[in-house]
Design a protein around this ligand. Structure first.
Ligand SMILES: *Cc1c(COP(=O)(O)O)cnc(C)c1O
Length: 363
């Protein structure tokens, strides 16, 4: 057990009613924080020091910190679910840790070890238990974040880091349960290129994506479907989610080739499909193939996968201004079944056959 000190706030906030949660708009009373820095009396040796939970509030960081100039930053997203049985569970937190480790290796950062990462999440959830919603389909969204804090303008990796966790009660991402969304196929901007940082959950990828998403919104779409940077032909992701297609009777998703973010939901969906005897193929999928299937009437389903929305069914694609309707334009059976299966596990309604959930003892 790692010692995590707790300083309780003297100004508890009022928790808004669940209908006003939205996504990531209200933050809870505290935050968990730990620094990687020199330790007194140990010369140049750096360590994770003084993990603690403190009242939520502004960070004091040097204006010269590397995160502010060269974008040395990683974040994660996972949820604490309160089940119908009253128990609170995290979903596959070690996958988020692993992804942060991989991202840290790519961005030359130091990330916390697994025990520190998980124990901070657990201690934080225990402190914030009143913020973990009881309403169905709501959850407590956790945002672990890692930033380079050394003040130094030469371009090299920071030596000092801060890792912190903030939390926010959330409803379902798109409002109503499994509403369908309209997606614009993005033929101009790209999200990530081979050799780049597309597989790291880092703010820079999001900064690169904002303009495309904004233009798509102005044209009446919820998000964009990204194509590969080299050929502008192959499907990569949908907005901030991984993407699956059901066409010609088969379920397919693009392979993880370095430009795609390896989603925890994507991995879980692949395992669920495997266990049901309907495995998905992981292979390159071209836009031409999708258009062709749509023409032949065999493009049955498209859905995004991600922690925020879980399964997000797509009703239509806008391809160069032309509207392609998916299936009958409603939530398809595969999307509906996967959404139910995943949330049943997350909310503890069915047996957790893969040991995906980490139960938290809330006193
Ligand atoms: C976080 C993220 C996903 C989904 O990952 P999950 O672990 O399933 O939440 C997919 N694509 C991008 C670009 C992301 O940032």
């Amino acid at each position: 057990m790692i010692q995590i000190s707790i300083e309780k706030t003297k100004n508890s906030k009022t928790i808004p009613p669940s209908k006003d949660f939205g996504f990531g708009r209200h933050f809870s009373d505290h935050m968990a924080i730990v620094e990687f820095a020199k330790t007194a009396g140990q010369g140049e040796v750096r360590n994770w020091i003084a993990p603690r939970i403190v009242p939520y509030g502004p960070l004091a960081i040097d204006p010269g910190a590397s995160v502010l100039h060269y974008g040395q930053e990683l974040f994660e997203g996972l949820k604490a679910y309160r089940g119908d049985d009253g128990k609170v569970r995290l979903f596959r937190p070690e996958m988020n840790w692993k992804r942060m480790q991989n991202g840290a290796a790519r961005l030359c950062m130091k990330a916390p070890p697994l025990d520190l990462f998980c124990e901070m999440l657990v201690a934080f959830c225990k402190t914030e238990s009143r913020w973990i919603p009881r309403e169905s389909n709501c959850a407590f969204y956790l945002r672990p974040t890692l930033i380079g804090t050394e003040a130094f303008l030469g371009v090299r990796p920071s030596q000092d880091y801060t890792f912190y966790v903030i939390g926010s009660p959330v409803g379902s991402y798109y409002g109503e349960g499994a509403d369908t969304v309209k997606i614009k196929v993005e033929t101009d901007f790209v999200r990530a290129a081979p050799g780049g940082i597309g597989a790291a959950k880092t703010g820079g990828n999001y900064a690169a994506s904002l303009k495309a998403a904004l233009e798509a919104k102005n044209e009446g779409y919820a998000q964009v479907l990204w194509l590969d940077a080299t050929h502008r032909r192959y499907i990569e992701e949908v907005g901030t989610m991984n993407v699956f297609f059901k066409m010609d009777g088969k379920i397919v998703t693009p392979p993880l080739d370095g430009t795609i973010l390896p989603g925890v939901t994507r991995d879980s969906v692949l395992q669920i499909l495997d266990s049901e005897g309907t495995p998905a193929e992981q292979r390159p999928i071209s836009l031409d193939e999708i258009k062709d299937a749509a023409t032949r009437g065999t493009l049955e389903e498209v859905f995004g996968t991600g922690t925020a929305a879980s399964i997000s069914p797509v009703d239509s694609l806008g391809i160069n201004g032309e509207k392609v309707v998916i299936g009958d334009g409603r939530v398809g059976p595969v999307s509906a079944k996967l959404l139910k299966r995943l949330t049943d596990i997350q909310y503890g309604r069915v047996e957790d056959q893969w040991g995906w959930t980490l139960p938290i003892e809330i006193s």
